[in-house]
Structures are given as C-alpha cells and as structure tokens.
Design a protein around this ligand. Structure first.
Ligand SMILES: [Zn+2]
Length: 196
C-alpha cells in the first residue's frame, strides 16, 4: 500500500463514519416534523391545510409562499419541505466533515469535499420525495418488502376502519436508510479520492 493509498483509505473511513453518525442525527433529530410530514406530497391539486392557529402545519415562511389563497400545488409544498430538510441535513454533514478534515488534517480537496456533499444531498432529496424510492423498489421487485409494516387501509372483518399505529419499523424505512448508507459510502469514496 502506497502512502497515498493509505491516506485516502483513512480519509474514506473517517469521512464515511462521521457522515454516518451525523446522518442519524440530521435525519431524525434535526428534521422538522413539517418537513417529514410534507416532503412526500405529490399532485397538482392545491394544498389544503392549516396555515395558522394551533393546527398550523407549515412554518410561516412556507405559509407565505403557499399564500392565503392556497395557490401552491401539493407537489410544490412537497418539494419545498424536502429541499428544506436536505439543506439542514447537508449543513450538518458538511460541518461534521469539515471539522474532521480540519482537526485531523485529512487529505481532502475542496472539489472532493463539495462533490461528496452534493452526491449526498442530491441522492437524499431524490429518495426522500418517497414516490421515487417506492418506484425503484417496485422496479426491483421489492414492492412487498416496501409495504412491510405500513399501516393498513380499509376495514377489518367487523367493518371498522383499521387503526394501525404508524411505526418506523417498516420495509420502506429499511429501504430508505440502506439507500442513504449506500450513497454516504459513495460520497465518502469520492471525497477521499478526488485529488484536484
Ligand atoms: Zn431524510
């Protein structure tokens, strides 16, 4: 192993690990509820929700974009919520990678750093819009896996609507998180190898 390869391998390991650690915090603790609840919205019909009062579903700045006439289609509210989540997420990962780069004196170039963060951000946005990842799962024959644990719709045998408790222990959550892990690995490899 050449000193250059060793340096790149150490950089990959450190950047990959710190991005994974930061991912778990940024994707759960930092992500706001309004972002998680709206980022998967699709469709051209107008968004109809609470813009003010105790049931307010969007922060004021997004509410202003939606407008009091609610002229914004659902898909744009979804895109805004997803973009806001990815901005805060990438702020956290960039800060963490920047900190270890500086503190450990890792051999990272600005191009590698930026490319790694862009790969992480773009792929994260793509998956978090939900219909995209669901479509990929369907293409790969993982539709059943994706649906595991999802709250049921319809009625039970007594004619009552199902009242399943939403949970993170679902197939879609596992496929979402493993997808993010894969791209974090690619982002860390790119960060460690781009030498220009
Ligand atoms: Zn996310």
């Amino acid at each position: 192993m050449t000193p250059e390869n060793l340096s790149a391998a150490v950089t990959f390991a450190v950047v990959g690990l710190v991005m994974l650690f930061t991912h778990t915090v940024a994707d759960h603790w930092v992500q706001a509820s309004w972002q998680a609840n709206n980022k998967g919205l699709q469709g051209d019909e107008k968004w109809t929700g609470h813009l003010c009062g105790p049931k307010r579903e969007l922060p004021r700045w997004v509410g202003r974009l939606v407008g009091t006439e609610r002229e914004l289609p659902k898909k744009w509210v979804g895109r805004l919520a997803c973009a806001a989540h990815v901005v805060s997420y990438t702020f956290c990962t960039a800060l963490a990678v920047g900190a270890v780069w500086y503190k450990y004196g890792l051999h990272i170039t600005w191009t590698g750093f930026i490319l790694g963060q862009v790969i992480s951000a773009v792929t994260h946005y793509w998956a978090d819009r939900r219909f995209t990842l669901k479509g990929l799962a369907k293409k790969l024959g993982k539709e059943g896996f994706y649906a595991l644990g999802a709250p049921r719709t319809g009625e039970d045998k007594d004619g009552r609507p199902y009242d399943d408790n939403p949970s993170l222990g679902t197939g879609s959550y596992s496929l979402d998180q493993s997808y993010h892990m894969f791209w974090i690995m690619i982002a860390a490899i790119v960060t460690s190898l781009v030498a220009i």
